[in-house]
Design a protein around this ligand. Sequence first.
Ligand SMILES: Nc1ncnc2c1ncn2[C@@H]1O[C@H](COP(=O)(O)OP(=O)(O)O)[C@@H](O)[C@H]1O
Ligand SMILES: [Mg+2]
Length: 258
Amino acid sequence: MIPLLELRDVTVRFGAHAAVREASLALQPGAALGLVGESGSGKSTLLRVLLRLQDVAAGQVLMDGAEITTARNAALRALRRDVQVVFQNPHSALNPRLSVHDAVAEPLLIQGGLSRTKLRARIDGLLDDVGLGPEFLWRYPHELSGGQKQRVCIARALAPGPRALLLDEPTSALDVSVQAQIIDLLRRLRARHQLAFLFISHNLAVVQLLCEEIAVLRQGEVVERGPVAAVLHAPAHDYTRALLASVLPPGINRLAAP
Ligand SMILES: Nc1ncnc2c1ncn2[C@@H]1O[C@H](COP(=O)(O)OP(=O)(O)O)[C@@H](O)[C@H]1O
Ligand SMILES: [Mg+2]
């Protein structure tokens, strides 16, 4: 199978510091890949490379088997439509002056081609998809909880009809009680829309719930990758073992596969 997104031997430098070092990974269509590693290991930088928001010093970025490492503008149209992102902090991701309706309408209006009636139906459908009823349409971000804001961000990400969501710690700014609801929503959305996920998290229990594959990043290097059950149950690297010990609450380091 040809990966939807692929990195080959990618290196990213900030001055003398290599934030990513010869990293390779592949996201297959419809697959869910978890990307874990401690703070500063280069996870967000890798995500920005995949979105072509970050230039690389060496290596290649491919979409559907075609190189997009240095592609610009029109050549990135498919990437901008098919690959959407959900960030950690929904409080800063939403424009405080836009209602829920307008926030979700924005990507649809940029795409164009919808009549007023169809636009409204599409917005209603997207809100329904993320579990927000019509009473939320004309609310503003300050009238929403953190979880509701993240649902709006997810609706915005789904609006262009993407094939992949790149999720950068999408629940770590939320209350613990809300995190499970958002994870459950993401699981259902992935199945309903046959989405591929690149899911960044430092919560390995959540990665186990959402992903089939995992890649472990350490100081910018991919030190381990493979099926999530295999890697978490029999980590090949001391670093992965240390990560498991540090992030998993006692009792769930031997979670059965979902
Ligand atoms: N724009 C930038 N300029 C300089 N250094 C950066 C920039 N973005 C990230 N870095 C550095 O690159 C490394 C990886 O950062 P990041 O990708 O944000 O890690 P993570 O998401 O795993 O916490 C860190 O050392 C960070 O300080
Ligand atoms: Mg990060």
